[in-house]
Ligand binder design. Structure first.
Ligand SMILES: [Zn+2]
Length: 58
């Protein structure tokens, strides 16, 4: 078992959609992680317990 931040999973999953919707956004790894960090700083943390490798999102 492990503890994961559900918000982190959610942000990483939605990142592609957000970047595609904003054509001026740089799509390199560095900027993607910067955007994810910015988003996570303004979101509440929601930790969930999960078995490793298990998919939390449906
Ligand atoms: Zn970039």
């Amino acid at each position: 078992m492990e503890i994961k931040n559900y918000m982190e999973i959610l942000v990483m999953e939605k990142l592609d959609i957000v970047i595609k919707a904003n054509r001026t956004t740089c799509n390199c790894k560095r900027c993607r992680y910067d955007i994810a960090a910015l988003a996570l700083n303004s979101l509440p943390t929601r930790y969930v317990a999960t078995s490793s490798g298990q998919h939390i999102l449906k």
